[in-house]
Every structure is written in structure tokens, then in C-alpha cells.
Design a protein around this ligand. Structure first.
Ligand code: MN
Length: 301
């Protein structure tokens, strides 16, 4: 039997106006989606992604899923986002990342991990933190070629270029693989708002000092905001406890609280700073034009 204890936290960050991340944390389905696209279309894309996954995977009523079922559900969500962007021109070009896992066989302790884009699924097992999804990003391709290191990728100026996303095209290539769940496994699923602000060592330090899944989700969101909070940040923490009970039907059991923490945005110091800079630059430009007009008026006399 599998018991799941999960925690979730999401936050707009310290700079952005709106939170375009969405997540799903219920019924053995744990996914994070990071939306992109103007005029709140990113929010729509990430919401369609997790809503469609929930509908397709939990309402099918199958307790046991194959990798292909999960990939098909992700492709279904891709079609839903793409159709919406074609039908409504205000949402043209919207897209989203998607990563996370579905408990695919509670009897045999298996999960299917899926990924499209640069949000990440990590596994904490035997005291070691490992990213188990591969980013579909430009900087990851540079790391693969040996052109830059993983540490350099984190601060690279092109780190936000995503090579694969949901909703951009009528077809999407989905990474899926099966994981044999071990007792004590902890999965951390997050948007790039966390990993762009904190390296694996900082994340690991929080894992070691946390007291439970919700506490860790809250800690990691706080870490991202303390380090700058330049993007929306969403973190799911999913802990598995395996029991050897053979006399009862093995089922996935959700243990509350899975209540997400959606914290109030902190004071937006950066926004007001950039606003002041922009106002000052515009004042200089206006002054410059005034002087130029005055000079040309004098010169033409
Ligand atoms: Mn993001």
C-alpha cells in the first residue's frame, strides 16, 4: 500500500504582477505548470494544462496507468491549450511547461513522471537530491554539449529560452518514464522561479532542515523570494510511505493537509525602483527635446 503526504506552495514573487503558475495536487496526481503569454494568457494555459490532466487521468477511473496513458493525457492537454489559442486571438501564442508525476500503480508502487519544458521534478532518496527530469531549454543543450557547466547555466543570460512547451503547436513531444517508488521517497516538483534563484545545494539545505512536506514547500518559496523572487514560484513536495499490508486492497491515500499556501506578495521594492528609473529617463528625454527645440529656434533666427 502507498500513502502519500503532500505539501504545496505558490507565490507571485517580488517583481511580477500576476502568478501564471498552476498546480495539481490531488488523487495521486502531482503536477506544476508554468504559463507564458501576455495579457494573463499564461495563466489560462497553465490552468488548462492541470485541469485537463485531472479530468483525463482521474475521471477515467483507472487505478493503474501506463506511461502511455500519462503521455496521452499530456498530449490531450496540449491540444486543449492549442485549440484555445487558435480560437481566441487574445491568447495566441500562449503556452506552458508541465512536469510532475502520477501514481500509476499503487499495488506495485510505481509512478510515471512526465515533463515538457524547464520546470523540474527532483527526487530526494537515501539523503541525495537528484533532478530526474531533463530541462528542454537552450542552456541545457549547451550543458549537454559541454559548452557550459550546470552552474553557468543557472546564471546564463539565455536561461529562459525554452525549447519545448505545451500549447505552441498541435503536437507536443512528451518525456515520460516510470519510477519504482521506495519507502521514504520525496519528490520535489517546482517551476523555474525556484531553480533560477536557488542552486541545488541551497535547496538541499532546506530539505535537511524541514519538518514535513508543507513546511518544505513553504521554505523553498521563501528561499526563492529571499534570493530575489524575480519570477512566480511554485513548489510541490510529495512524500511516499510504503506499508507491507497485504490483507487490504492497496490504494492511494491522500493525507491532509494539502492546503496550498498562497502567500501575500511582499513589498515590490524592485518595481518601484525601476519605475523611478524609467520616470527619470523620460524626464531627461523630455528635457533634451526641449533644449533641442530651443537651440534650433535660436539657431534659425
Ligand atoms: Mn517561470
Amino acid at each position: 500500500m502507498i500513502r502519500v503526504i503532500a505539501g504545496a506552495a505558490t507565490h507571485v514573487g517580488r517583481v511580477r504582477e500576476a502568478n501564471e503558475d498552476s498546480f495539481l495536487c490531488a488523487n495521486g496526481l502531482f503536477f506544476v505548470a508554468d504559463g507564458m503569454g501576455g495579457h494573463s494568457a499564461g495563466e489560462v494555459a497553465s490552468d488548462i494544462a492541470v485541469t485537463t490532466l485531472r479530468e483525463v487521468l482521474s475521471e477515467a477511473g483507472n487505478i493503474v496507468l501506463a506511461s502511455d496513458d500519462v503521455a496521452a493525457a499530456v498530449r490531450h492537454a496540449n491540444t486543449a491549450i492549442y485549440s484555445e489559442s487558435v480560437l481566441d486571438s487574445s491568447k495566441a501564442g500562449m503556452g506552458t511547461t508541465l512536469t510532475g508525476l502520477a501514481v500509476s500503480n499503487p499495488f506495485d508502487h510505481k509512478a510515471v513522471v512526465a515533463n515538457v519544458g524547464d520546470s523540474r521534478t527532483y527526487l530526494w532518496r537515501h539523503g541525495e537530491l537528484r533532478q530526474i527530469t531533463k530541462d528542454h531549454s537552450h542552456v541545457q543543450s549547451l550543458v549537454d554539449r559541454g559548452a557550459i557547466t550546470r552552474a553557468e547555466a543557472r546564471v546564463h543570460h539565455q536561461r529562459n529560452i525554452v525549447l519545448r512547451a505545451m500549447g505552441i503547436d498541435s503536437y507536443v513531444d512528451v518525456d515520460t518514464f516510470e519510477v519504482d517508488i521506495e519507502d521514504g521517497d520525496r519528490f520535489i516538483i517546482c517551476s523555474d522561479g525556484l531553480v533560477d534563484e536557488a542552486d541545488d545545494n541551497e535547496i538541499e539545505a532546506q530539505v535537511r532542515s524541514s519538518i514535513g512536506p508543507q513546511d518544505l514547500a513553504d521554505r523553498l518559496v521563501t528561499l526563492a523570494n529571499d534570493n530575489g523572487g524575480r519570477d512566480n514560484v511554485t513548489v510541490l513536495v510529495v512524500d511516499f510511505v510504503l506499508t507491507t499490508a497485504t490483507d487490504s486492497t492497496p490504494i492511494v491515500t491522500e493525507i491532509p493537509p494539502i492546503a496550498a499556501t498562497i502567500m501575500d506578495p511582499p513589498a515590490r521594492n524592485r518595481t518601484s525602483m525601476w519605475f523611478s528609473v524609467a520616470a527619470w529617463v523620460m524626464w531627461l528625454a523630455a528635457a533634451g527635446i526641449t533644449v533641442a527645440v530651443a537651440v534650433s529656434a535660436i539657431a534659425s533666427k
